[in-house]
Structures are given as C-alpha cells and as structure tokens.
Ligand binder design. Structure first.
Ligand SMILES: *Cc1c(COP(=O)(O)O)cnc(C)c1O
Length: 830
C-alpha cells in the first residue's frame, strides 16, 4: 500500500470512529443494528441476545481508543511494563466499560426507549472467572488503575476455557459444576489476534552444537512437542481518558491445526488425540487458592504463559531494534504476580542465549534488571516447588539454565559467607529433596521483591526470605494492595455515588483521598440521614440476593455480619461459626438482654481437594439450618451460606454489609483486599492485627475498628505451649459451644461427620489457634452488638470508615509500583 493511500485509509477509519457517536440515539441505533442485522433477533429476544447486542455496541466505541493507545505505544520510544499473572479475576465488564467510557446515562436511556432494562441486561453477563480469589482480583484491579493512570502496562494471562468452578450446595455440601463461561465460544470483549501467535516448546532433549564457522558453542533444544499460543486481547479502558490498555490472554492450539492436510489418514486418530492434549493446556484453571499440588499440567500452563509472553515482547523489540538489546532492560519491565510466572527468569535467558546467541553475562545483566517479583503468601505449604525429574522431562532446556543460574548464585553466597554450608544449603534454588524452588528462582532473578502489606513485607524480611534479605537488603520493598474504587464503589454502589456527587463532586473516582472530605459532613444531619438510607437500600438488595439464593429471610434493620472469601483454615470461618453457635446457645438459654438481631452471611469456595475446607462449608450449612428453623430463635439470629461467591456477588454484598469479618490467624493473611472493599462502602471491620488490617486500623483509629486476638509474635510464641483444652476449661461459653458441637446437635442424623473439625480445633498442633482467640473475638462481637443499637454512633463509624479509605485504592498502589519499580511515564494518547 502506498503511503498516500495509507493516510487516506487512516482518515476514513478515524471518521468511522467519530461517526459512531456517544449519544442516546447512537446507542439505540447501534443496539438495534446488532440485534436485527447481526443476531437476527427482535427487541423481545432473550436477554442474552440483548446483552450481546449492547456489548458489541459498546465495544465499537472502545475500538478507536484502543487502536489509538496501541499506536501511541508503538510509535514513541518509552518504557513499558508487563504484568504476568496466571489469574485475572475480571468478573463482568459491561457496567465497568460504560462507567469508564462515561456513557451510563446514555445507554440506560437508549435501553429504556426500547422498553428494556439496562440493569437486567448487565446481569445477563457471565463473570469471567479466570482466577481463584484475591490474587486474581488484584491483577484485574491493577489493570483498571494502570489504564486510568495512563501507564503503558500490558497484562499477560491465560484464556482458560473453564474458569473457576460454579459452586452449588446440595444437602449442605459443596458441589462443583464446570464453568463454561465462554458459552459457545462467545465473549464479546475479546479480539483474537492470530497474527501474533507464538510457538511454545515442551519435552524433547538438548545437545551442544558447535558452529562450524564461528566455533561458538550453542545449545539446541530439539525433538520438542510444540504448542501454538494464540492471543486473545481484552480491552481495558481507563476512566474517561481515551486510554484503552490491553490484557492479552493466550489460548493453546495444536500445531496440527495449522497443517492438518499434511497428515495422512493412517495417523488421523493420533493426530487429533495429540491436538486435544496440546489444547488441554489452557482448558481449565486450577481451583486451588494458596496451595499447589505439583501437577504436570500446571507446570505446563506456567511455562506456556511465560514463554508466549516473553517471545511476544522480545519479538516486537527485535523487529524495531534489529537484534540490538542494549537498551532492552531500560525499556521493559516484567512484574511477576507470585511465583507462578517465575520461569520467566529462565525463559528470558533461554531466548537471549539460544535465539540471539548472547553471552551469559550480558544476558543475565539484562534479565536480572527487568524482572520484579511480588510475593503473596507466607504459608510454607503454598511455596511452589517442582520435582527436578518432572522439569527434566517437560522443560529440559530451562532446567539447564536454572542449574547454571544456581551454580553462579551459590558461588556468590559462598563468597559472602565462606564455610557457612547450612546457609548454602538453605539458599540453593534446588532444594535437598531435588525440587526447584520457584520463589528462590524469582528472588535471584529479580531487582525488586515486594510483599503486599506492611506487616507481610516485614515478615518476609524477618522470616521466610531472611537469608536473601541479608544478601540483598535493597531489593526488598512493600507495596500495600488496593482495590479499584471504579468497580468497588462507583459501579457497584450507585446510591453512594449519587450521594457523594451531591456533597463532594466526583473527583474521588480518580483520586480516592478526596473521600476524606465527607468527614466535614459527619455532623450534617441531612447527609447522615442520606448515608443511612443508602446503606438501608443496599441491605435490602443484599437481603433479596440472600432470599433468592438460599431462601433465608433477612430483616434489614438487623446487623448484617459478613465473611466472604475463599474457605481456608487460616481465614478461620470456624471462629465465625463458633460465635454463631455461641449466640444460638445464648438465645436457647434465654440470655437475650440488650439483644441485637443479627444476620450472618458466609460465602466462599473451597478447593475441590481440600477436604477440611469442604467440611467447614457443610458445618456452616448444618448450623444455619438448625438456627433458621428454630422458631425460638426467630429474627434474633439468621445464618445464610451464599452459594457461588464471585465478583458479581461481591458487587451486591459489600455495599450492603455492616460488619466486615477479617479474622485470620495473625501473620497468615498477606494483605486481604475484601477488607478494603467493605471499608470503602461503609462497613466496620472486626479483625485481627493481620495483613492490611494493620493499615486499615491505623487509618480509621481504634474507635472505628474492632480489634481482637493474638498478635503475630504472640502466635509464634504460643506455638510452643499451645493448650486448647485450657481455653475450654477456663471459659464457660466456649465449653457450651464445644459441648453443642460434640453432642452432635448439628448433625443428629449424620453421626461423626464433624469429628475432624472438632479434633483439629482441640489439637495442640492447631496452627490456626482458633480457640486461643475465642474469648477476645466473642467480646469484640458483643461490643459490636451493643454499638449497633446506637444507630447514630454506628452511622458515624460507617461514614468514617469510608472517609478514611483513601489510600486503599489501586491508583495509589500502582503509583507506588511505578515510582519505585517500573518508572514509566504516563502516556497521553490524546
Ligand atoms: C476481593 C475478592 C476476593 C479476596 O477476598 P479476601 O477477603 O481478601 O480473601 C476473593 N474473591 C472475590 C470474588 C473477590 O471479589
């Protein structure tokens, strides 16, 4: 194409974009066009078709900004960051895209004109559940903030056919149903980009090869089973700033797909079978939160993500710079979301050494200057270690490289601490059981290592990574997590948004510290009443969800006490249930003086292989059934387990919550982000001094936070002489609760099913020390009950919690990542 023709075409394209329009009539026209012309339906079609038509209409309007951002990124020479993550827990996108484009009113009107309801259409969207919990949701919030801050950041992840399983409750037990979120391959927000497909190698063997001309030794990795990585791009719009960043999700495709015709009939079956094996790589998300199980396919997924993404970045660099990598590290930085993508260290070395014939030292200098690692857990069982034999079979060449990285690294350790063989053994990337320790690989290869809350980052330095901290103190830093207020306030709490708009305008949507201005109105009567009214309406909406999903009826003037998160022993849903049983036992004893009616909501998924967690769900449901069916209890206490906890459920749950339960054993929760969503929406926290709770407490002050439980050093100290029986013997209330549990009161026709739970709590080895915190938890809950009766006081605490949540925005988190680690310049796309 001639240059003149190109310019002419570009002008035409720009005009098409402009002509699309952002007015009510434009959305109406666009919608009708897609519904009639593309989908062949009428306005009375199923809401799924309405959703498709509207999402295409919106996508059209993202496309121009998306191209503009993409071009701006490619044109100018500037540094870029890449967020590598095995999970992006996106949830729904329509509402968020309308918000960030600033066209909610126009689309709502357009739908209304057609006799349709925007809200109903929004609810027809399936959640993109490409993550387990906090870590995946964090990645999604990061993407939103980067686009809003106009940071040139690209996300890289996997396009799983099946995301997080759907949870159903049957007879109190969790049942997992597959989540075929793509429906019939339909996800309106993605754009397949076959032209950027990459090849990823597995298996085979390596051998040295001497170049006959140069005499240089190179390693060949041959006889591999190759898999094609096909990218699907998802647009990530910033808030009203013409920026649309990209989340690139890789899908595995068998190589045979590209040349099936070459197969002869004889091997047809094998060819197709091989195809499905290759495509299995991105078939399903592993549903384990904070624990790994050493599955071969999981390691394949990790390498697939890393290899495709790094090739993508390096190829594009190479195209522009003709194989000159001198400035590569100054212009590219990779953020590793936990150790899942830490193979990036070895893979980027492989690409430089094998594909670009670079010398080791030069390659290592670049690699170790552009990798940054975020740690997400202190639980030792969650630290990824892969058996060397497995590595050898799947990834022989990356393993070679890891050995060499380790050899050189240990030389450095020996130099620093001569003769300290114990330390030498502790720090080796290959451990004494012949596993590759992924966290150590990430640390050795990264210039920055961060935890996700102040306490967590400190504990990393003091404990888990202390040896490495001594060696490289300057690499360690903290980046406290956050959440995006666009999704978690503006979009999910329209009542609050309207009230805030009236009082302080809308600047808080891109600068959450502005929320502090509402403290000026804390004594303003109309404002206080409006605040209470918003909360009440949100509680009614939540009560409706509970009714629909569980059949349990909540009264809105009760205290809504909520714990939703993955089910895990360290998060201590059990402690919550002990409190519920305690309240029940008080009611049965007639000890209901100054009673506060309470509705307890618990929700969350258990990893399918985590028997204890699944049993905890069963216990919650059994306790709920006994309590809810007891006429003597009535409205004094209601308990509901909300099934299938996910992003779209949380969007209804957090605005309608009074009390946010953040009750993990101190030192075990890295940060938590659910705690921040609740706080922003005016819930008061009951929590231990753990993760970001520490910073939340600091922000709101002790008068506006219900703190209880052992502190981290006390937990550590008590380990040595923990005696749960002592707590039972010395506490009448705990004795009553354990008595009810042990008598089989909640499992009369299901003998012994809770024995393991009971025994774990009574074991001196219980790492979560549930019974040690029982008394102080019960006392704090009692205080909450009393405080809630003083509606005005409670309202003040609610307002203050929201007002002081300004620093828990991912806008703040991303600004810190950028200032300290990435050092990118915001890109004005015009
Ligand atoms: C925020 C969120 C989480 C993380 O919750 P924590 O309480 O921090 O563990 C998990 N799942 C979903 C769906 C979320 O929205």
């Amino acid at each position: 194409m001639s240059a003149a023709k190109k310019t002419e075409t570009a002008k035409k394209l720009a005009k098409i974009q402009q002509d699309l329009g952002m007015k009510t009539q434009d959305f109406e026209n666009g919608f009708v066009h897609y519904l009639y012309n593309m989908l062949g339906r009428n306005v009375d079609a199923d809401v799924e078709y309405q959703f498709r038509a509207l999402s295409y209409t919106v996508r059209d309007r993202l496309m121009g900004f998306w191209k503009q951002t993409w071009n701006a990124n490619n044109k100018s020479e500037h540094k870029k960051a890449y967020y590598l993550s095995m999970e992006f827990l996106i949830g729904r996108s329509l509402t968020n895209n309308l918000l960030n484009l600033g066209v909610e009113t126009e689309t709502e009107k357009a739908m209304y004109e057609l006799g349709l309801s925007l809200e109903e259409i929004e609810e027809a969207e399936k959640d993109a559940g490409l993550g387990n919990g906090g870590l995946g949701r964090l990645a999604a919030c990061f993407m939103d903030s980067c686009a809003t801050l106009q940071l040139p950041v690209m996300g890289y992840g996997l396009r799983y056919e099946y995301g997080m399983f759907k949870q159903r409750i049957q007879n109190g037990y969790q049942i997992e149903d597959p989540d075929h979120w793509l429906g019939f391959g339909f996800y309106p927000w993605e754009l397949q980009r076959t032209e950027y497909a990459r090849t990823v190698k597995f298996g085979g063997m390596t051998h040295l090869f001497k170049d006959p001309h140069t005499g240089k030794l190179t390693t060949l990795w041959e006889e591999t089973d190759d898999v094609i990585a096909v990218p699907f791009d998802v647009p990530i719009p910033g808030f009203k700033n013409n920026t649309v960043n990209t989340l690139r999700l890789w899908s595995a495709c068998a190589e045979e797909d590209f040349n099936l015709s070459e197969f002869n009939a004889g091997s047809y079956f094998e060819a197709v079978a091989q195809k499905s094996e290759a495509e299995n790589i991105t078939m399903v998300l592993y549903p384990n939160d904070s624990s790994e199980n050493g599955k071969e396919l999981r390691l394949k997924q990790q390498y697939f993500l890393v290899s495709a993404s790094l090739q993508d970045v390096v190829c594009q660099w190479d195209k522009k710079h003709g194989g000159n990598f001198t400035d590569f590290a100054d212009n590219n930085v990779f953020q590793l979301n936990d150790t899942h993508p830490s193979l990036a260290v070895a893979e980027l070395m492989r690409i430089f050494l094998d594909d670009y014939a670079m010398e080791w030292d030069e390659a290592w200098h670049i690699v170790s200057s552009c990798m940054a690692y975020t740690n997400h857990t202190l639980l030792p069982e969650a630290l990824e270690r892969w058996p060397v034999p497995l590595f050898q079979r799947l990834l022989p060449r990356p393993l070679d490289i890891i050995y060499e990285i380790n050899r050189r690294f240990l030389k450095q350790v020996a130099m620093r601490w001569p003769g300290d063989t114990a330390r030498f053994r502790r720090m080796s990337i290959i451990d004494e059981h012949n596993n590759v320790c992924m966290a150590y690989l990430a640390i050795v290869g990264s210039f920055s290592i961060n935890g996700v809350a102040a306490l967590h980052s400190q504990l990393l330095k003091d404990g888990l990574f202390n040896d490495f901290y001594q060696l490289w103190p300057n690499r360690f830093n903290n980046k406290t997590n956050g959440v995006t207020q666009r999704r978690w306030m503006a979009a999910c709490n329209p009542g609050l948004r309207a009230l805030l708009k009236e009082k302080i305008g809308e600047d808080w949507i891109t600068d959450l510290t502005q929320l502090s201005k509402i403290e000026d109105f804390v004594h303003d009567k109309p404002f206080r009443q409006a605040w209470m009214k918003v909360k009440r309406e949100n509680k009614a909406r939540l009560a409706q969800l509970v009714k629909e999903t569980t059949g349990v009826e909540f009264k809105v003037d009760s205290l809504f006490d909520v714990q939703v998160k993955r089910i895990h022993e360290y998060k201590r849903q059990l402690l919550n249930i002990l409190h519920v049983i305690h309240l029940y036992s008080k009611i049965k004893r007639g000890d209901t003086d100054k009673w506060t009616n309470r509705c307890v909501i618990i929700g969350g998924k258990a990893a399918p292989g985590y028997a204890m967690a699944k049993n905890i769900i069963k216990l919650i449901n059994n306790v709920a059934e006994i309590i809810n069916d007891d006429p003597e209890v009535g409205d004094k206490l209601k308990v509901a387990f909300i099934p299938n906890y996910r992003v779209s459920a949380m969007e209804i749950i957090c605005p309608g919550t009074d009390v946010s339960e953040q009750i993990s054993t101190a030192g075990k929760e890295a940060s938590g982000t659910g705690n921040m969503k609740f706080m922003m929406n005016g819930a008061v926290t009951i929590g231990t001094l753990d993760g970001a709770n520490v910073e939340i407490l600091e922000a709101v002050g002790e008068d506006n936070f219900y703190l209880f439980g052992l502190k981290t050093p006390e937990v550590e100290e008590m380990k040595h002489h923990y005696n749960p029986q002592h707590f039972i013997d010395s506490d009448e209330d705990l004795r009553a609760v354990m008595g009810l549990l042990e008598s089989g009161h909640f499992n009369q026709f299901e003998p012994n099913i809770f024995n393991e739970i009971i025994n774990s709590m009574k074991s001196p080895q219980d790492p979560w020390m549930t019974l040690a915190d029982f008394r102080s938890y019960i006392n704090a809950q009692h205080e909450i009950g009393l405080a809630f009766q003083d509606h005005e006081h409670w309202n003040t605490m609610s307002i203050i919690n929201s007002a002081r949540s300004g620093s828990f925005s991912t806008d703040r988190t991303m600004t810190e990542y950028n200032d300290d680690i990435w050092k990118l310049t915001p890109l004005d796309v015009g």
